[in-house]
Design a protein around this ligand. Structure first.
Ligand code: BG6
Length: 483
């Protein structure tokens, strides 16, 4: 196979909270991410800056001007969308993954009617995409819940949030179905188990449940909200496609000791579990057993079995950045990386942020996924290299390291397709530089386009094409022949 399949969906991905800016424009309400601040290494003692506590949240809410909140600025897509979409058009994007900011439409999350400025903004964005024959791929929620719901009902811990969310998603479907063919319900739905504030818009310390129980409860509500949305979608937008998404973490055993192999199998099963529910329509037995064994009591949503069964997705999506290693040896408890705890793998290199670089892991994951879900269409909706870039005096960025990274991952995808996987698209992460989610910093860059802004928000916000911009354009032009 020299080329990728015909109609392969090439493009790039972003999220509203990291990209959009326009924090209070047009009546938008604050989202919980607007309260995540940039913490310099020196006072980042816990290394989990996105787990905002209730106490911090109160402090930030009362004295916002004392802090640096990068997600309020993003890369100012709100005011640059025409220019940015033109750049995507120039690269030849077939698809642009973006998310809608719930609080731009429903500022508190509880309103009956949406905010018209927000509604028009997204119509304008979609119109601009179509001008360049780019199909929007819209994530309905990407780490972004109206802060009012965090404050008042503890976000996704509450079943009320299911009701508010489905009111919002029904509106999205009715309003935009003629302009958007591809949808995702939740970004990385499994991440609520890693970060309660970012993924669940909630404070575990406020819950009567144990932290783990509270996170699984929130995940249950998200799975229900997703299924109810898919059910409505199938009835009202049956010509379009809707998918789910997890952050895929391929885990390897540290040794060939059977106990290590078993531990890695369990980690992988655990990682796939939300996709199991969203593709197959029911909770897998190993999770129910895990709940029993660990005293995790879920308040099951009324009719949850029926809801899950009727809300299965058309395609399955993943983000893929790095792989992990697990050991049963008690001495091997080292933790590295921002999002996930893992052992170092002596066979892989790592990025400046300690994320392993492992294209073969992607091929393994795609094959596992294909087998596990009966050859389902697969969309890789995030992948990329966060790196320090240097803008030269004549406004160039020589990012061969990024080209190498993406090229190696595309080769792995090509091989997986030759293995038999039905991969329908690839949207690399942060195609135009955006604020990093785990580190709240602008200078961890993923884009093909450089945005002139620093971690404190200084800069012109001008856009400059990097070397990878011209390279990716050729990749798309050649339909993946030229990688
Ligand atoms: C994914 C998220 O987990 O990883 C994105 O969906 C995020 O929102 C991306 O930006 C990369 O992580 P980071 O921390 O480098 O921005």
């Amino acid at each position: 196979m020299t080329e990728f399949p015909k109609n392969f969906l090439w493009g790039g991905a972003t999220s509203a909270s990291q990209y959009e800016g326009g924090f209070a424009a047009g009546g938008r309400g604050p989202s919980q991410t607007d309260y995540i601040r940039r913490i310099k290494k020196a006072d980042n003692d816990k290394n989990f800056l996105y787990d905002v506590t209730e106490e911090q949240f109160e402090k930030y809410r009362k004295h916002p001007s004392d802090y640096n909140f990068p997600f309020r600025r993003g890369s100012d897509f709100y005011h640059h969308y025409k220019e940015d979409i033109a750049l995507m058009g120039e690269m030849g994007f077939k698809v642009f993954r973006m998310s809608i900011s719930w609080s731009r439409l429903f500022p508190k999350g509880i309103e009956e009617k949406p905010c018209q400025d927000g509604v028009s903004f997204y119509h304008n964005v979609f119109k601009e995409c179509h001008k360049y024959n780019i199909e929007p791929l819209v994530t309905m929620i990407h780490y972004d819940i109206p802060a009012y719901l965090t404050e008042t009902i503890n976000g996704w811990e509450s079943p009320k949030t299911v009701e508010y969310f489905t009111h919002y998603t029904k509106f999205l479907i009715d309003e935009y179905k003629d302009e958007v063919k591809y949808w995702l319900t939740f970004n990385e739905i499994n991440m609520v188990l890693n970060s309660a504030f970012l993924g669940g818009g909630m404070f575990v310390e406020r819950s009567k449940k144990s932290p783990e129980e509270c996170m699984h409860q929130a995940l249950h509500h998200q799975l229900i909200a997703s299924a109810l949305t898919v059910k409505y979608f199938k009835k009202h937008a049956s010509n379009d496609k809707i998918g789910n998404m997890i952050a895929r973490l391929q885990t390897y055993p540290y040794t060939c000791k059977p106990a290590d192999v078993l531990a890695s199998q369990q980690q992988n099963q655990f990682n796939w579990f939300p996709t199991d529910v969203q593709v197959k329509g029911f909770y897998p037995q190993f999770i129910l057993n895990y709940y029993k064994k660990n005293n995790i009591h879920i308040d099951w949503f009324p009719n949850y079995k029926e809801i899950l069964k009727s809300g299965t997705v058309d395609f399955a999506a993943i983000s893929y950045y790095h792989t992990g290693v697990v050991s049963t040896d008690e001495d091997k408890k080292e933790k590295i990386g921002t999002f996930v705890r893992k052992l170092e793998n002596p066979y892989t290199k790592a990025s400046d942020w300690g994320w392993t670089i492992d294209p073969t892991g992607l091929r393994i994951s795609l094959n596992d996924m294909s087998e596990r879900y009966n050859h389902i269409p697969i969309f890789i909706v995030e992948n990329g290299l966060g790196a320090h870039d240097e803008l030269t005096k004549d406004h160039q960025v020589h990012d061969q390291y990024r080209i190498n990274y993406i090229s190696d991952h595309l080769k792995a995808i090509k091989e997986a397709i030759m293995d038999g996987c039905n991969v329908i698209g690839y949207t690399s992460w942060g195609c135009i530089d955006i604020v990093s989610s785990g580190d709240a910093q602008m200078t961890k860059r993923y884009g093909y386009v450089y945005v002139d802004a620093d971690d404190e928000g200084n800069g012109t916000y001008n856009r400059y094409r990097k070397d990878s911009f011209y390279w990716y354009k050729k990749v798309i032009e050649s339909n993946g022949k030229d990688i």
